[in-house]
Design a protein around this ligand. Structure first.
Ligand SMILES: [Zn+2]
Length: 462
């Protein structure tokens, strides 16, 4: 007689679609086959004891830059070391980027998939970055979406890659026409340019002045413009990494006016604030947009509970310590970005528990809303038919300081001084153990490309 199920996860507190209750999760062929009463009399080839553990969907990190090109080299990690750190933190899917570049867009997208597929230990998708509304790009968008790259990123600032308002308009129209989701790094370029010139004149270039060079007003103005275009086109739009109250207010106003603006924030905006720029190691915290004040941080948490914020990304970008800690008293010399792919889910877990928001809120911001909005099929929900990407949390164990990120390469962590409660004990990727008792047990190349679905087909099971 063959076993009924491949694996059964027994007696965990399962955070499902209708709240948390103690259940068994039965898995077959990498998918959730059934949710059963605890200690169900169901035979399975393997059993995992989840007594006392909290079972959530695997985390979805909506914003990573793995092996990212900068200054003719790459950031220090690769798809193996980065995704190993991700899964140790309880993330089982990342949505990374196709970097800007020359040549056929669809080919560049497919090459990025090959690069990840050879090494990744979590599932992955990509947001292609678009830097021009030229004819070749506009024509390629339909095929790129059909291949499963359904959300895009455009920068409204940075001289080397920004799109101007006209290009943004035509790119948004082309993406919307094929059912894709336009996304933006949203900061008003002209305003940033003038503010920076002013700061230079004032001699305000030390790291402690960094946040003044990129005010929240620049984010808010840009979000308003995108919302206006989105409304006129009749498309939703995604705003990457909103940093504080001014950006959030602009998102809320657009949503109140009936525009589907989906906001992402990042781990660091929810856990740190601009007091970091007065620390001796302030160089670490140069991130764009900057960390804002403590009240911004609390406003963002309120946004999480009000659903204005659909996802929390790590914005993981693992510069070498030496590349980031440049001996300079000019913040412009420091590349913006920091690693954080491991820290994301433990910090969100602890943040939701500490604020009394509960496990449902944690699941919403760490995976389920992102799965819906970004069109990830079979992810982000514990229910029959979905992928068996499961994190079994020990809610009392301490998580400490991004160890996997630091161990993988000579980088640094923003969270060195932090210890939080709640740590992934076991992690399953499509039913197979990737982390057991806090140790990585996965295998390079087991992560799969997830072809994402166009708008209108999201949120459905298989
Ligand atoms: Zn980024």
């Amino acid at each position: 007689m063959s076993d009924a199920y491949d694996t059964i996860v027994r007696n965990g507190l399962v955070v499902g679609q209708t709240g948390a209750r103690v259940q068994d999760v039965a898995i077959t062929d990498g998918r959730i086959a059934a949710l059963l009463p605890p200690d169900a009399a169901a035979p399975a080839a393997a059993e995992i004891d989840a007594s006392g553990l909290v079972v959530t969907p695997g985390g979805i990190d909506t914003h990573t830059h793995v092996r990212w090109p900068h200054d003719g080299i790459h950031t220090t990690d690769d798809f193996l070391s980065a995704t190993r750190a991700a899964v140790l933190g309880g993330t089982t899917t990342i949505v990374d980027f196709v970097p800007p570049g020359d040549g056929d867009l669809l080919n560049r997208c497919r090459n990025r998939v090959d690069e990840a597929a050879a090494a990744a230990v979590v599932d992955f998708g990509f947001h292609p970055i678009l830097t021009s509304a030229d004819e070749a790009t506009l024509k390629a968008i339909g095929a790129v979406i059909a291949d499963g790259f359904t959300s895009f990123k455009m920068y409204t600032t940075y001289e080397d890659r920004r799109v101007d308002d006209g290009a943004a308009w035509y790119l948004m129209k082309a993406i919307a026409a094929d059912g894709g989701l336009p996304g933006f790094h949203a900061e008003n370029h002209e305003l940033l340019k003038s503010v920076l010139e002013h700061e230079v004149q004032e001699g305000h270039l030390g790291v402690e002045h960094y946040p003044r060079s990129r005010p929240g007003l620049a984010e808010a103005e840009s979000i308003q413009m995108i919302a206006l275009y989105a409304k006129r086109i009749g498309t939703p739009a995604y705003i990457f990494h909103i940093s504080g109250s001014e950006a959030l207010d602009a998102v809320q106003a657009a949503r109140a006016a009936g525009v589907q603006i989906f906001a992402e924030t990042c781990t660091h905006y929810l856990t740190l604030d601009d007091s970091c720029f007065r620390r001796p190691d302030a160089w670490k915290y140069v991130i764009s947009p900057p960390l804002r004040g403590a009240s911004d941080r609390e406003d963002l948490w309120a946004g999480v509970t009000q659903e204005a914020i659909v996802s929390v990304g790590s914005d993981h970008c693992a510069y070498l310590r030496d590349a980031k800690n440049v001996p300079s008293d000019d913040h412009r010399a420091i590349p913006a970005g920091a690693p954080g792919i491991e820290a994301r889910t433990p910090l969100l877990f602890a943040g939701c528990v500490d604020r009394g928001l509960g496990y449902d809120a944690f699941v919403a911001v760490s995976s389920s809303r992102a799965a819906k909005v970004l069109g990830l099929p079979h992810k982000g929900v514990i229910a029959p038919g979905y992928d068996a990407d499961l994190v079994l949390w020990d809610p009392d164990a301490e998580w400490h300081a991004d160890l996997a990120v630091k161990a993988s390469s000579n980088t640094f962590s923003l969270y060195d001084r932090m210890t939080t409660r709640g740590r992934p004990k076991h992690v399953l990727l499509r039913g197979t153990a990737a982390v057991r008792d806090g140790e990585f047990v996965g295998r390079a190349g087991t992560g799969r490309f997830i072809a994402r679905r166009p708008r209108g087909e999201v949120g459905s099971s298989r």
